[in-house]
Design a protein around this ligand. Structure first.
Ligand code: NAP
Length: 246
């Protein structure tokens, strides 16, 4: 087992990619702390893991609330004694052309995707520094690398996550903490199911491997980065997109 006796905190693990990451990390022996805005979905993820013999606990939290984030991290440390892995996965979209972009849609996406990642990272670093070890994996997006018309808020948030990943990696490498990002392309989840058929067809034309990715494609890369198999990897962005961006 790659993650035996490790504790992993995963945000937005109530469905989609986050739930898959929780299941894959649990299958390799990690205790999972599901941090999810919807307590019901968080509990569902925990039940799936427990039914397969794994260990998981759900914590209701909005990643945009710094005080709530710190409280949850304190509770997880009280319960499990430390945190070895953090996966910043919670993310949202509010698409529009920049000329029509409302302030609240800009703030909602930046606050969730970028500020939420900052809050969780800041809160886990103290306990990780104390242990002189840790792995942080941030879920960015290929859109943070290429940009996309209609997604200025989302691409700015994900480009920000990539910058945050690299700066944090440089700050904490000497304390034995690795910080990396994954940049998924088009993955089959609720987030992409809401795209209309013509948009989907256009995207498919750009994917050399010819299929959409599955949540477990992202989860397996996160597993690698979380484990000691990646002990010499930090500050990197691994693209998981069927060859779309190369
Ligand atoms: P999803 O199916 O929409 O799931 C997102 C999860 O995050 C949901 O469980 C959601 O909870 C939770 N969440 C949203 N806001 C939150 C908040 N403020 N606090 C705590 N949890 C919150 O999305 P996904 O497709 O799995 O995406 C997961 C990550 O991958 C995101 O960061 C996304 O940007 C990134 N990504 C996805 C794709 C893709 O093709 N799907 C591609 C590139 C990157 P609720 O269910 O209660 O809303």
């Amino acid at each position: 087992m790659l993650l035996k006796d490790k504790t992993a905190v995963i945000t937005g693990a109530g469905r989609g990619i986050g739930r898959s990451i929780a299941e894959v990390l649990a299958s390799e022996g990690a205790r999972i702390a599901v941090c999810e805005i919807s307590s019901e979905l968080g509990e569902e993820t925990c039940s799936i893991i427990k039914n397969k013999g794994g260990e998981a606990c759900s914590f209701g939290v909005d990643v945009r609330n710094a005080v709530a984030v710190q409280n949850v991290i304190d509770k997880i440390i009280d319960k499990y004694g430390g945190i070895d892995i953090l996966v910043n996965n919670a993310g949202v979209t509010r698409d529009n052309l920049i000329l029509r972009m409302k302030d609240e849609d800009w703030d909602f996406v930046l606050d969730t995707n970028l500020k939420g990642t900052f809050y969780f990272t800041r809160s886990v670093l103290k306990p990780m520094m104390k242990n002189r070890s840790g792995a942080i994996i941030n879920v960015a997006s290929v859109i943070g690398i290429t940009g996309n018309a209609g997604q200025s808020n989302y691409s700015a948030s994900k480009a920000g996550v990539i910058g945050l990943t690299k700066s944090t990696a440089k700050e904490v490498a000497s304390r034995g903490i690795r910080v990396n990002a994954v940049a998924p392309g088009f993955i089959e989840t609720d987030m992409t199911r809401k795209l209309d058929e013509t948009v989907r067809e256009k995207i498919m034309e750009k994917i050399p491997l010819g299929v959409m990715g599955m949540p477990e494609d992202v989860a397996n890369t996160v597993l690698f980065l979380a484990s000691d198999k990646a002990k010499y990897v930090t500050g990197q962005v691994i693209v998981i997109d069927g060859g779309m961006v190369m």
